[in-house]
Design a protein around this ligand. Structure first.
Ligand code: FAD
Ligand code: NAD
Length: 467
């Protein structure tokens, strides 16, 4: 037997796969009075990814940027079933989805199959490693909460213990070994790598300098990017601003340089002049972009209604798991989620009209009196006319701008509504960046927790002690 669904046999069932940006926005905007809704995700919370780099350096606590999915669904008109499991396969012919419970504590049933009328894929993407040797074994990622949670203890574990900072401070350690231990490499000059480098710099400047003054000058951050410039999605002015800010912050940027291998104590680089360099380092964070999940590496092909090609109106996909003209951003996933929820509200009205036509035609066929028959047929014609006019509008993306924090209380912003871009630093941007993120957070609970963490960090600094 499958799980107990909040099932109303008169309503169609939507199964949503995922609990990230796309799925959460979809759930926030969906009128659950119209449908039975089931959410399946191995992660039972929404993660506010833009602030993940801040968790990696301990500016924010992990719990401050997550929102349990049940917090989202508990306010809905009708109950939504939230299942913590990983979808494994979909049978589009019989319209069923099979999933497994991957959690540590399992009941007697750990895998099952349920039917759907509509399926919404919002499963996101995986970190792209390009099969480069050593990445999975020796680098930290920056995608999920546990990735950031690994980076933060890594600092404490490796930088702040006998083995790293303190061992670096230990007399007798060779200069070269001290340099290696205190060298952090970030791979990927997209927004994730740039924001993380900025946050790392703040951590070193604001906290480590006062805790380890004798070593602070030796700590080095290098950002490696294969393309000729970092942040290709930003305007040239903002790229230059970032490069000069990083120069001031003493973050080295190596462009046109590709990481070929990650080793335990170094990274192998293909330099712009094609030479190969073995660069010693103490820690590597891999932020080299996304790829589709195992089943669909290229992404799901969708039309402008978010409908999967060839699915006959029963399977939809939103966000990073799709291959579309849009960038894999939270902004796109969020807009696609809310669009799809509105389209489902339209769909239910259309389905009602279809049912109405069928009912009226049936009652006309069964009428004993000619007047009743005519009346039912006229009404059916009226409903058909309404149906003919019925159109679900295609998705259209409205770009609200791009914002990135680059450290040292500086942010960059490309804002289309200001007819161009502007770059600024200092207190104004610091507050603008923070207020933009605070207002985008989904709940008062998250806003309060993030604001409190920022205040805590400002007043007391980050906690650099070892647990
Ligand atoms: P996700 O949010 O990744 O959600 C995918 C969901 O699917 C997760 O809940 C996952 O657990 C679930 N899932 C996975 N496998 C299965 C399965 N088999 N069955 C069921 N569920 C499954 N974008 C911006 O626009 N602005 C930013 O400032 C920004 N900052 C970012 C910072 C970082 C560090 C990162 C990593 C990304 C950032 N992004 C930003 C990009 C943004 O996070 C993604 O584009 C967005 O998360 C995509 O939303 P999604 O719903 O498609 O996928
Ligand atoms: P990305 O794909 O934007 O950047 C990854 C970078 O890594 C690329 O520039 C690529 O050239 C480089 N790279 C790949 N392999 C490499 C190698 N072996 N050696 C050196 N460099 C290598 O990835 P991202 O930064 O994680 O961003 C993913 C998506 O999330 C993007 O759409 C981005 O816009 C979005 N995002 C937005 C923000 C923001 O708006 N503030 C923040 C983070 C992410």
């Amino acid at each position: 037997p499958g799980p107990q669904l909040p099932h109303d046999p008169d309503k169609k069932t939507i199964v949503v796969l995922g609990s990230g940006w796309g799925a959460t926005s979809f759930l926030n905007h969906l009128d659950t009075a119209d449908y039975n809704v089931v959410v399946i995700s191995p992660r039972n919370y929404f993660l506010f990814t833009p602030l993940l780099p801040s968790v990696a350096v301990g500016t924010l606590s992990p719990r401050s940027i997550l929102q349990p999915t049940r917090y989202v669904t508990r306010h809905k008109t009708r109950a939504v079933e939230v299942i913590e499991a990983e979808a494994q396969s979909v049978d589009p012919v019989n319209k069923t989805v099979s999933f497994v419970d991957n959690s540590d504590i399992q009941g007697s049933v750990s895998s099952t199959t349920i039917p759907y009328d509509y399926l919404v894929y919002a499963v996101g993407a995986e970190t792209q490693t390009f099969g480069i040797p050593g990445v999975t074994e020796h680098a930290c990622f920056m995608k999920e909460l546990n990735d950031a949670e690994k980076v933060w203890p890594s600092f404490r574990e490796f930088l702040l213990t006998d083995h790293r900072l303190e061992s670096a401070a230990f007399p007798g350690q060779s200069e070269a070994e001290i340099e290696r231990l205190l060298h952090m490499v970030v791979v990927g000059g997209g927004p994730t790598g740039v924001e993380l480098s900025g946050e790392l710099h703040d951590f070193l400047e604001e906290d480590l300098k006062s805790w380890y003054p004798e070593l602070a000058g030796k700590i080095k951050i290098t950002l490696v990017e294969a393309l000729p410039s970092v942040l290709p999605m930003f305007s040239k002015r903002l790229i230059d601003y970032t490069m000069s800010t990083f120069k001031e912050s003493k973050i080295d940027i190596l462009t046109q340089t590709m990481v070929k291998e990650v080793k335990e104590r170094s990274v192998i680089l293909a330099m712009p002049d094609k030479s190969i360099v073995d660069m010693p380092c103490g820690m590597v964070v891999w932020a080299a972009g996304n790829r589709g999940r195992k089943t669909n590496k290229r992404g799901i092909t969708i039309d402008e209604y978010m409908e999967m090609k060839g699915s006959n109106g029963s399977i939809f996909a939103i966000g990073d798991c799709t291959s579309s003209a849009h960038a894999p951003t939270a902004q796109v996933a969020q807009q696609q989620g809310s669009y799809l929820a509105r389209a489902f509200a339209q769909r239910v009205k259309r389905d009602r009209l279809v049912d109405q036509v069928a009912d009226l035609e049936r009652s006309a066929a069964m009428s004993l009196h000619e007047d009743d028959r005519k009346k039912a047929l006229e009404e059916a014609e009226g409903a058909k006319r309404q149906l003919a006019k019925f159109k679900i509008r295609p998705f259209s993306y409205s770009h609200q701008g791009t914002l990135a924090y680059i450290g040292s209380d500086k942010a960059i912003a490309d804002l289309p509504f200001l007819n161009g871009s502007f770059a600024s630093g200092g207190l104004l941007t610091y507050y603008f960046w923070r207020s933009a993120y605070i207002s985008t957070l989904f709940s008062l609970r998250n806003r309060t927790l993030v604001a409190t963490d920022w205040l805590r960090t400002k007043v007391f600094g980050r906690d650099v002690s070892r647990e």
